[in-house]
Design a protein around this ligand. Structure first.
Ligand code: B3K
Ligand code: ZN
Length: 858
């Protein structure tokens, strides 16, 4: 156990910085094992104090000078304190750091023989002594010097000087925009660049450069194309223009998460940047498009307007996710995008809200801010903006957005200030709405109907309740928009969508002129992040599945039907007739000529085992897995002919295209194959083998491989070895090979996964590889992870403990899989808890893991 209990940082303790730093000059002498960093800061008092406390971590300090004179200082492991300082002064420090020994991948580190940086949230302090907080905005110039072997020397802003000094060379970069230090970035090394340019709406030419591993430039084409589309979209939809003459993206293999929005120099995990048909799946393409856009959009929502403190993280993240979701919807189709976004919200954010790590969109305290880059901050943060738009209407929303950009450009600000812009622009009181930022938990909304055929009146009673979450025993009702339309029992439209506002615990609304028995299509487009229950019969779900004009609710009713059947069977009350009826209804939906393939693929995939576990109390993963398999088998039986026809008809011919339509076709074809594997036969094995063998793109190759793994046996082993042999020099593809095996629910899977941890290609220091094996097993293989003997939990705990010594941020991400222990069958929950206790008792545990493990146990 840790000897001292770490003290939380609290929002209520916020005080402005004692000093401001107007300009920063950094001078790097880059050597992998020993880099010298000289910093020259122009500092000015911001209050009364003549004492300055700077942040630092792992720095060896060589000198500290104030206005050209050596100055006494007091140093601890995390601070450097200077006293007796004048009102304004120049501070010079010189430190040495060790990029090649940096395994936590924060600050300056090496990846693939190149220097790169990651500073958000608190990595800059690992580079130099500084006021490492987002409300200190400075103008930076950066001089980098390195051996000429580090061919490209890149930093934020514009290149203003460069030259060669024998075997070494240098570059000087200047960023004209004041920025917080978390947006500082620098890269040095051998890279290839893919270049293009973009002309902004005011006619300025911006040079675009995407830097990747030598030889990989063609794999950056899709990212570059996405970037140009995002730049244009942001001008057209949000009126936001890019502001520097150069925009660069660099891909690196070793990265703790997806990508980073450093001003003018985004750094990406190569898994979210590199793509071609042979090595990337359609899901990779989709994510590249959305993450490239996301990081680019941060230029306005994050970089130009940044956060006052880290509690305001959703100010930039929730808003930027909203922006990237809207962009993706415009690129790929609104209904399908919305379904995918809601699936992700339910898969990641709902469990968070229902567990011991529940926190509001704007938390009020933390030990390690790294732990708060969560689905709540990001995805629920986006949902809150979406509701704001629904409640204010388009005109009000855009008036508020524009006011925000006008009023706060160049500032580090707060969520209050953001919401105030919408209140001021519309004259509406948004105080109650602010509760969405302060209250954790997913509200449960119920709708009860009373229909009077004689008068044509439909009375709807809407109620909301939110269960207590840790630290918030009582909840208040929050204003939320319920988008509602009416069908009749034959599936004809009775009333178009209207927005009902539930702004208290309960409200009753009467709709007039309802001529026929109404079928409610409620919460269209998932208009609020809540759990909905209505008193409508299952029959109505069949009407919606067949005919709702709201595509989201069409899909949703199918999910609801599927989930009810699986949960009934898991609880020992199977409904075979209902299962057949459901299969037949899905069959009719598949025949619908008007619906697109991507949508049909989503209709075919049943709710995930993890989503189902959220609906069962206590959750029994084995029962869910078994019941879901039975329903899959039933679908495969009833739909066999259709699935085979689809699988044959959708086989693609001609050149590969990554567009949404072609991707939809592949998704449906792979979904058909996946369902067929639920009733194994020689013919299905042959079909899967042929699918895999004929694949000329990674989506189909992985679809085929997954099908063969599901079928097991020799065909599976052969495909796995062939896949490895073919792709062994492509790390991103080998990640997929590890992940496919980690997700295999068959009995022997854990043994195989353990074996894979000693495979020569397994590199636990690389976060992508570790997540592909250990992370995928814990998050996407519920049947095996929750093995009743507890071996899955032990395996994960072993890896959390081992990884914590190398990379605490990545280790902490794995804790969540154990965090929901209270929701599981008692014997399982007990074993999960034991592992959490084991983790919490480790000597010298990082703050990251300590915070999550102890909260999960509390
Ligand atoms: N802002 C970064 C995330 C940084 C995570 C630090 N632990 C990427 C993004 O959200 O765009
Ligand atoms: Zn972001």
């Amino acid at each position: 156990m840790r000897t001292e209990t770490p003290q939380p940082v609290r929002l209520s303790d916020y005080t402005p910085p004692s000093h401001l730093i107007d300009t920063v000059h950094l001078d790097f002498d880059l050597q992998p094992g020993a880099t010298r960093v000289k910093a020259t800061l122009s500092v000015r008092r911001n209050g009364e104090s003549d004492t300055l406390v700077l942040d630092g971590e792992g720095l060896s300090t060589h000198r500290v000078r104030v206005d050209g004179q050596d100055h006494p200082f007091e140093e601890t492991a995390e601070t450097l304190t200077l006293t007796g300082l004048p009102e304004t002064f120049t501070l010079e420090t010189e430190v040495q750091i060790d990029p090649s020994g940096n395994t936590v991948l924060m600050g300056l580190y090496m990846s693939g023989g190149r220097f790169c940086t990651q500073c958000e949230a608190e990595g800059f302090r690992r580079i130099t002594w500084f006021l490492d907080r987002p409300d200190v905005l400075s103008r930076y110039t950066v001089r980098m010097e390195a051996d000429t072997a580090f061919h490209h020397l890149l930093a934020n802003g514009n290149l203003i000087d460069s030259g060669t000094l024998g075997a070494r060379h240098f570059a000087v970069w200047e960023d004209p925009f004041p920025k917080p230090c978390y947006l500082f970035a620098m890269v040095a090394g051998e890279l290839d660049a893919l270049e293009d340019s973009f002309t902004t709406m005011s006619g300025r030419a911006v040079a675009l450069k995407v830097f990747v591993d030598p030889g990989m430039a063609s794999r950056a084409e899709y990212a570059l194309d996405s970037l140009k589309r995002a730049m244009k979209w942001d001008e057209e939809v949000f009126g936001r223009e890019y502001d520097l003459d150069l925009f660069m993206i660099v891909a690196v293999r070793d990265f703790n998460f997806g990508a980073m929005e450093n001003k003018g120099l985004n750094i990406f995990n190569s898994s979210l940047l590199l793509a071609d048909a042979a090595t990337a799946t359609d899901m990779d393409y989709e994510r590249i498009e959305s993450v490239v856009a996301h990081e680019y959009f941060h230029n306005w929502t994050g970089d130009r307007i940044t956060c006052r403190d880290w509690f305001q993280l959703c100010l930039k993240e929730g808003l930027t996710v909203f922006r990237d979701q809207e962009f993706s919807a415009d690129m790929r189709g609104h209904a399908v995008q919305r379904i995918k976004d809601v699936k992700a919200l339910r898969a990641r954010q709902f469990p968070e809200d229902a567990g011991p790590l529940a926190h509001p969109v704007r938390p009020s305290s933390y030990l390690k801010i790294d732990n708060f880059y969560t689905a709540t901050i990001y995805e629920k943060g986006s949902e809150v903006i979406r509701m704001l738009k629904a409640l204010l209407g388009d005109e009000g929303f855009w008036a508020g957005m524009n006011l925000y950009f006008e009023r706060h450009d160049g500032e580090a600000t707060t969520v209050e200030a953001f919401i105030q812009c919408f209140a001021d622009a519309t004259g509406k009181d948004l105080d109650a709405f602010f509760g969405w930022y302060e209250q954790a938990g997913t509200p449960k909304v119920t709708i009860n109907r009373r229909y009077d055929a004689a008068t044509g009146q439909l009375e709807l009673t809407l109620k909301q309740v939110t269960a207590p979450t840790p630290g918030q025993p009582t909840k208040t009702a929050l204003p939320l928009p319920v988008a509602l339309g009416l069908l009749d029992e034959d599936g004809r439209v009775q009333a178009e969508t209207q927005i009902l506002v539930l702004d208290g615990a309960e409200t009753t609304i009467t709709l007039e002129g309802v001529k026929k028995t109404p079928v409610l299509s409620a919460l269209r487009g998932f208009s609020a992040p809540v759990k909905l229950e209505t008193d409508a019969p299952a029959d109505h779900d069949y009407v919606l599945l067949a005919a709702d004009t709201d595509q989201f609710n069409r899909w949703e009713s199918g999910q609801r039907l599927g989930s009810r059947l699986i949960l009934a069977r898991a609880a020992g009350e199977p409904d075979p007739a209902g299962e057949t009826r459901f299969a037949e209804a899905l069959g009719r939906a598949l025949d619908d000529q008007a619906a697109n393939d991507a949508f049909k693929a989503l209709l075919l995939s049943l709710p995930s085992e993890q989503d189902l576990a959220m609906e069962m109390q206590p959750a029994d993963p084995a029962a869910i897995h078994g019941a879901r398999d039975v329903l899959r088998g039933r679908l495969a039986e009833v739909l066999a002919d259709r699935l085979i026809r689809l699988h044959d008809a959708l086989a693609h011919a001609g050149a590969f295209s990554a567009d949404a339509e072609a991707a939809g076709r592949r998704a449906l074809r792979n979904a058909a194959l996946d369902l067929l594997t639920a009733r194994p036969s020689e013919a299905v094995i042959e079909r899967a083998r042929a699918h895999y063998g004929a694949a000329d793109n990674m989506t189909d190759a992985i679809g085929g491989l997954n099908a063969l793994i599901a079928l097991g046996g020799e065909a599976s082993d052969t495909a796995l070895s062939a896949f490895h042999a073919r792709w062994k020099h492509e790390p991103l593809v080998i990640d997929k090979w590890f992940a496919a095996q980690a997700r295999d629910p068959s009995e022997l899977a854990l043994g195989r996964v353990m074996g894979l941890t000693t495979h020569p290609d397994f590199d636990a220091k690389n976060p992508n590889r570790l997540r592909a094996l250990v992370g995928a097993f814990a998050s996407f293989n519920p049947a095996r992870f929750h093995d009743p003997d507890g071996s899955g939990y032990r395996f994960l705990a072993d890896w959390i403990i081992a990884t914590d010594k190398v990379n605490p941020m990545t280790a902490a991400r794995f804790v969540e899989a154990l965090g929901g222990w209270r929701r599981y069958r008692e014997d399982l929950g007990g074993k999960m808890r034991e592992q959490l206790q084991r983790i919490a008792a480790v000597e010298g545990l990082s703050k990251n893991v300590f915070e999550l493990a102890t909260k999960a146990l509390a």
